[in-house]
Design a binder for this molecule. Sequence first.
Ligand SMILES: [Zn+2]
Length: 225
Amino acid sequence: MHTTTVTDHLIQLTRLRFVNAFLVREDDGFTLVDTTISGSADDFIRAAQDAGGAIKRIALTHGHGDHVGSLDALKERLGGEVQVLMPELDARIHAGEKVTEGKLPGGWPTLKTTPDVRLQPGDRVGSLEVVAAPGHTPGHSAFVDTRDRTLIAGDTFTTIGSVQVSNHFYWRFPLAAMATWDKGKDLESARALRALDPELLVVGHGGPVRQPGAAIDRAIASAAG
Ligand SMILES: [Zn+2]
């Protein structure tokens, strides 16, 4: 696993060079945003300890396997110490409800862990505010750190090579578009996230982008074209 200190509040944890989770620093410890693939739990717990705290909350951007992969193992190790938060619609999908017509793309592994909280837009998770960003999945959500306008955008954007919207095929990382449920909603969400005017963009796949406004504008222009 690769650890990158991005800001005072944010550490990026990367598996296999292209799958990210994030430790967000709070007064009581850390919120872990996403869990990448299976086999990451011990590394995440150690990374939090090394950074001076424990994982208190696990907040998920969406329910795909490359984001919830280590959730059960983390829950097993951290038990009642940790609160698990998942966007409402993706939590309902994991509970076996049919929330959309047709087949959902992307991997939806069976989870033992039931979220303690089903997140709604506007909810707060420590310093993070939940922002609706449906499209990649029905419940897909982003998080904005209200302290410094860092946008944790999940898979609405990827930044491998350049900033791209996950609504269309991009040769450097085709998996994102293949797993996207509603390409129109995904592009709408990209515009909504741009309107938040983030200082820093971090995503599920690719590196951090500082002052990302112009790069997001280019991504939206090419995604809409
Ligand atoms: Zn992903």
